[in-house]
Design a protein around this ligand. Structure first.
Ligand code: T6T
Length: 348
């Protein structure tokens, strides 16, 4: 799957291509960068050259710094930053926490970066801290999670979370022959990505008259909690046939819980993301499907859009949130390099 600068996925509405004018502007910028050293150029290209001479500081604040999903995003962002000649500063809390992320965001504003890329840990609570950047004329682009009110943002990039939730529901339903009880293990309410995944899952489940959703748990992004919740769900619901773990920790915990209870093949796990322990459970058949995202591309596009905003090419940034397609990994295709190349990295 190739997602370049020309072809951009936009929500469920298909793809939007950059216009010829936008493409020409991008080429002009690229030319200006290369011709700048020789001193050639028109007024437009010399303006771009002036911009390019400045080493921009772009800060990336992930949901948490220890999560392979965000680490993979950081890898993509760093590579793009190196290509464009900007500094990428990576900082954040080591756990998913509004209380810990907020002061980091505030301290970042005090350091006056040129642009901010951020995965807000809450759709509403982070609005004011982010708005303070916008009020200081610092462009903000959300990556992965976003704000409930996106009007202040320069750009937003995520995955198709509704589609991912639906795919999880379809996989569990098919494995269980469209009968039985299912449960969701989610992170915490108020997170745009995981709220939408749950929504997609629940709306798809409604289509199966012989299936019921018996519980929705919240693990606060803690794998051990998710594992205990999975074990408790198995004990409480004798007809349980599936669990949907809406992110990496929820899915890995659900898988471990099912494995520990000896319920592999009877309780099907559909999960999100693809760090090594989840991939191992997938290959063992404990997890049936993983909805894998493309965080490296999210990081790459985030840096590109920040650069576009800083170099006078805001017109190149899609106005609507960009939703990247998911990759569906299954026990059967997990060793296929076309799928496994999307599995997450654990080091920046
Ligand atoms: O699933 C990703 C991310 O998309 C979500 O917003 C939060 O959880 C993860 O980082 C995985 O742990």
């Amino acid at each position: 799957m190739k997602i370049g600068r020309k072809k951009l996925p936009l929500g469920n509405k298909g793809w939007r291509y950059r216009t010829a004018a936008a493409g020409a502007a991008a080429m002009l910028a690229a030319t200006a960068l290369t011709t700048g050293a020789t001193g050639a150029g028109t007024a437009a290209s010399s303006a771009t050259t002036r911009h390019a001479a400045k080493k921009y500081n772009i800060v990336l604040i992930p949901g948490l710094t220890t999560d392979p999903f965000y680490i993979t995003m950081g890898v993509g962002a760093k590579a793009e930053a190196a290509k464009l000649g900007v500094n990428l500063i990576w900082k954040g809390a080591t756990t998913w926490s509004v209380t810990l992320q907020t002061p980091i965001v505030n301290a970042t504003l005090a350091s006056h970066p040129d642009a901010l890329l951020i995965a807000p840990t809450d759709a509403k609570a982070l609005f004011n801290p982010i708005d303070a950047f916008v009020k200081s004329s610092i462009p903000v682009i959300t990556v992965d999670t976003t704000l409930a009110n996106q009007s202040i943002l320069t750009g937003a990039i995520s995955s198709d979370n509704i589609q991912g939730g639906e795919a999880a529901a379809k996989a569990i339903a098919a494995a269980a022959h469209y009968r039985g009880a299912v449960a969701v293990i989610n992170v915490v309410k108020g997170v745009t990505t995981t709220d939408l995944r749950q929504q997609g899952f629940l709306q798809q489940m409604k289509k199966y008259p012989h299936m019921t959703v018996v519980a929705t748990e919240y693990d606060n992004d803690n794998q051990t909690t998710a594992e205990s919740q999975a074990r408790a769900l198995i004990l409480a619901h004798k007809n349980l046939v599936g669990i949907f773990g809406t992110n990496l920790y929820s899915a890995a915990g659900a898988g471990k819980g099912v494995q520990a209870a000896g319920m592999k093949g009877r309780v099907f796990v559909a999960g999100y993301d693809a760090e090594p322990s989840e991939v191992k459970l997938l290959k063992q058949g404990v997890i049936s499907i993983l909805v894998v995202q493309n965080p490296a591309m999210e990081g790459k596009l985030g840096v590109q859009y920040a650069y576009d905003a800083l170099t006078g090419h805001k017109n190149l940034i899609p106005k609507k949130e960009v939703l990247l397609p998911n990759i569906i990994a299954t026990t059967q295709n997990a060793n296929n390099p076309k799928i496994s190349k999307y599995f997450y990295k654990t080091k920046l």
